[in-house]
Design a protein around this ligand. Structure first.
Ligand SMILES: Nc1ncnc2c1ncn2[C@@H]1O[C@H](COP(=O)(O)OP(=O)(O)OP(=O)(O)O)[C@@H](O)[C@H]1O
Length: 403
């Protein structure tokens, strides 16, 4: 039920990145003074040999979201991810995890943060080939000093979570790429971290397996609600996985937003060029283009009421709903006129031929249905009508002129 904005809880900030800068090289201050004078990353490299990895990056990541960092090669994605767990030491700035600064943490504090809060999954899987799946998954716990009797049950649980039950005793070198990445994921999950850092985790997989792993990550995330920071250079992957996406360019943030925001309101030419080739019909969903489910007419009222509502709103058909707001049918002007003349009830003259779709349905699946049909009803699993889709709203979202 919509109860107004005041009831919506603000998400909790899990990671806060403040003024983060990373210069690779021995003379970072020299590079910084040139950045401040407006020199580009390339100029600075040519003049000083210093490489600007990140410059003055500020953003927040919320609890339980999938935050995708994306950009072209060399834009600073991996550097940023590795600053979060301090595999790379920042030149300047702060990274707060639940309010504690990773950048200034002592080695003891850092060990503790990595142990309790973060797990990392790498592109090249980083497994130990001669060890079994079970030993590889238990390894993360082993280096944390977890005793043998505790680490094996946890490892088994993680193996089951990623769908590798039955493969515990296989050597990882005998497994396919997709299965090896499941082992990598299980190893990160075994320590039950709040945050999963995933660096191009699916990039080495072939397209079908990659897509399958993306689906599984989304399903896992529904269950586990971890905070996931996912680096990718692939826009389709970013749009599919990210609750929010950050696009980076030359060590700076070009834009942060949801897939829809980035596609519909690109912040600058760089982002526009980036998203130019995207198939929008796969990204936009029914929910994004639906109109409010108003007006509707109650099944208990008559054709006259339906007619009056249609006239008031300038529409030619109207959904008929029951008390629970489940759709019972749809009535068109002509049928309502006929019903009202003949003194019939709505039930007798409405059409039961209504297409009900889920709000998550992508537009590419809607386009063929909406082509010639009357409006579509949008309902969640509980069957309650939450929106209406007419042909114009689909075309409008795709910026196609109606002919
Ligand atoms: N160890 C290093 N020494 C010097 N320069 C580095 C180092 N690591 C990264 N850089 C530079 O910092 C910049 C950002 O690199 P980074 O690896 O973070 O980019 P990326 O977006 O992850 O790229 P890719 O997709 O190719 O991995 C690049 O110009 C890179 O050359």
């Amino acid at each position: 039920m919509l109860t107004g904005d005041f009831n919506i809880q603000k998400p909790k900030k899990k990671i806060e990145v403040r003024n983060l800068t990373k210069i690779f090289g021995k003379k970072p201050r020299k590079a910084l003074s040139l950045i401040e004078k407006g020199f580009t990353k390339r100029d600075i490299f040519e003049k000083t040999g210093q490489n600007v990895g990140l410059y003055n990056v500020n953003f927040d990541i919320y609890e339980s979201e999938i935050f995708v960092i994306m950009g072209l090669s060399g834009s600073g994605k991996s550097t940023l991810l590795r600053c979060i767990n301090r595999l790379i030491d920042p030149t300047d700035g702060h990274i707060l995890l639940d309010g504690d600064d990773v950048a200034t943490a002592s080695s003891e504090e850092l060990r503790e943060m990595r142990r309790k809060k973060m797990g990392m999954v790498f592109q090249n899987f980083a497994l130990i080939p001669h060890r079994t799946v079970l030993d590889n998954v238990a390894y993360g716990l082993e280096i944390q000093g977890v005793s043998k009797d505790k680490r094996y049950p946890k490892a088994n649980e993680a193996i089951e979570t990623v769908g590798l039950k039955g493969y515990e005793d296989s050597r990882t070198s005998q497994l396919s790429g997709g299965m090896q990445q499941r082992v990598g994921l299980a190893r990160a999950l075994a320590t039950d971290p709040d945050i999963l850092l995933m660096d191009e985790a699916f990039s080495a997989l072939d397209p079908l397996i990659r897509s399958e792993m993306q689906d599984e990550l989304l399903a896992l995330e529904d269950k586990m609600q971890k905070t996931i920071v996912f680096v990718s250079h692939d826009l389709d992957e970013a749009l599919k996985l990210g609750d929010r996406i950050m696009i980076m360019n030359d060590g700076k943030i070009a834009q942060i937003g949801t897939a829809e925001e980035i596609l519909t309101e690109p912040a600058d030419d760089y982002v526009s060029r980036f998203v130019a080739g995207v198939d929008r019909t796969k990204i936009f969903t029914a929910e994004a283009v639906m109109k409010r489910a108003e007006p509707v007419v109650s099944i208990n009222s008559g054709p006259k009421v339906a007619l009056q509502l249609m006239r008031e709103h300038g529409i030619s058909s109207i959904f008929v709903v029951n008390r629970e707001k489940h759709v019972e049918g749809i009535i068109k002007v002509d049928d309502a006129l006929k019903g009202s003349k003949e003194g019939k009830g709505l039930r007798d003259v409405m059409s039961h031929d209504v297409t009900i779709i889920h709000p998550d349905t992508p537009l590419n699946e809607l386009i063929p249905i909406i082509e010639n049909s009357s409006p579509l009803a949008v309902a969640k699993d509980d069957g309650k009508l939450i929106g209406i889709i007419v042909r114009g709203s689909v075309l409008g979202a795709l910026a196609i002129e109606e002919v």
